[in-house]
Design a protein. Sequence first.
Length: 245
Amino acid sequence: MKQLKDKVKEIRKREGLSQEEMGKRVGYTNRASINKIENGNGDVPFDKLIDLINEYLLELNDLTNKDVVEYSLRDLKLDDWKELIVVYKDVMCVPFFNSDNCHGDIFYYSTEERMKKAIRFWMESASKGHFTRKVIVDNSNHRAIGTIEYFVRQNEPNYNDAILLRVDVHHYYEQKKALVKIFRIAMKEAYSAFGRMPLITKGWDYAVERKEALSFLGFKECEEPLIGHENESFQHYWLAQNKDV
């Protein structure tokens, strides 16, 4: 398990900060403070520990010896309908589902039959190599809280040879802290499948928490729209700038 000094260095490297820059963010006036911590020669006062947690959206466990993975991904199975229907029949969730280019399907599934039909379609599409959809699991209760989908756009007028990532979660998780962690594992999954190629995802104007999460992860909003199968124009796409997640 990682020691505190290793965790601090990992966070700093991930965020692309110098030791001095990171020190300033959490209120250190001595430029050598972060260097001492990373070398194991300095302790982190409790107030600075809290500053680190608040600045980098961490849990206390993230900065101590106890490694906790809050969310994970797994393959879909038909029996997932029982938990996923809670997500896909919730009208508060639907506005955050990316249904661009999906032939009118807005991902609102309010019955067992309709939810199972969607899961069968997702599983069949994966078997044919069209796209991959996986279940997001909250490891604290082992429940399915949504899904991710990813595929590579090919032979398209724009965003060609780019990974398109969809992230559907229950509205309880539609907040910055959870989304940062969920997007990280989703991006790792997509990059593992296709390599470090351009990756885009949707961030609507009204999706304030999602946009904050994407900005935190280094995404930038794109001016160019995504062009659909029938020449429709879809706005509000964000491009990942940092591929080290």
